[in-house]
Write a protein that binds this ligand. Structure first.
Ligand code: NDP
Length: 251
């Protein structure tokens, strides 16, 4: 029988309209949570809202804009009253060699992945009671060097650092914070890297050759780790991280 670890709980997932975020939002809903998601694309947001059930909340907004993050929190406050678990997941990845990086390329990734993560947590906290939990989506690349991804990997290392300091700060408030570090996961993100199909194919083969399990992971496999970290089963897990990467970073 399906576990129901989030019955009666409110779960917020940024970037819950695609890939890892969508799979995790569905998993929260399947275990009883009322789910709220944030994303920019109205089409995939509407599709996700339908998939997440009648009482799901979908807010259109850009996580890099603090006013949009506040809109998400205000909507959840009005419709659901609190946040029991927050998955800080929205992110972009743009790949280019150092000469191909301009100011906009750099700023967009830091604004979305780092500023967005920080203010999502800051704005959500007033709605989070003792016993609530936060999971941040970083990446297994924080432990590695990967050509053409210097800006993206720096954003993820920054997020992992934010997570450590905020875990210290939140410990006495009874709010747990942990990190999930996915390895290569089959999601639409690979189509948005700014690379040609041939380049993506070559990169995917190269990445896979570095994965001891010799395959890409699935979004649902990341969702499983997120739900564990978010749930009361992980009641003494704090300031920690789980790699979901087929052994890529550690073996
Ligand atoms: P997707 O591109 O499928 O999903 C990204 C999600 O983030 C979408 O829902 C997107 O919605 C949302 N998003 C992006 N930018 C913004 C923004 N400015 N404001 C609001 N929402 C935004 O990719 P993944 O599922 O793969 O990525 C999810 C997270 O997982 C990212 O943080 C990524 O870095 C991380 N990750 C992914 C790995 C992988 O191999 N796939 C590996 C390691 C980490 P919309 O476009 O509608 O705004």
């Amino acid at each position: 029988m399906q576990k129901q670890r989030f019955q009666g709980k409110v779960a917020v997932v940024t970037g819950g309209n695609s890939g890892i975020g969508l799979a995790t939002a569905k998993a929260f809903a399947a275990e009883g949570a009322r789910v709220a998601i944030l994303g920019r694309d109205p089409k995939t947001l509407a599709q996700a809202k339908v998939a997440l059930g009648a009482n799901a909340i979908a807010v259109q907004g850009d996580v890099a804009r603090v006013a949009d993050v506040q809109k998400l929190v205000d909507t959840v406050s009005k419709e659901a009253g609190r946040i029991d678990t927050l998955f800080v997941n929205a992110g972009i990845a743009l790949f280019a060699p150092i000469e191909g990086v301009d100011e906009d390329f750099f700023d967009r990734q830091f604004a979305t992945n780092v500023k967005g993560a920080f203010f999502t947590i800051q704005k959500a906290l007033p709605l989070m009671p003792r016993g609530a939990s936060i999971v941040i989506n970083a990446s297994s690349v924080i432990d590695q060097g990967m050509a053409n991804s210097s800006v993206y990997t720096a954003t993820k290392a920054a997020v992992a650092s934010l997570a450590r300091s905020l875990s210290r700060e939140l410990a006495t408030r009874g709010i747990r914070l942990n990190v999930v570090n996915p390895g290569p996961i089959e999601t639409p993100i690979f189509g948005r890297l700014g690379l040609s199909d041939v380049e993506i194919d070559g990169m995917a083969k190269q990445i896979q050759s570095g994965v001891p399990m010799d395959r890409f992971g699935k979004s649902e496999e990341v969702a499983g780790a997120v739900l564990f970290l978010a749930s009361d089963e992980a009641s003494y897990v704090h300031g920690s991280s789980i790699h979901v990467d087929g052994g890529m970073a550690s073996l």
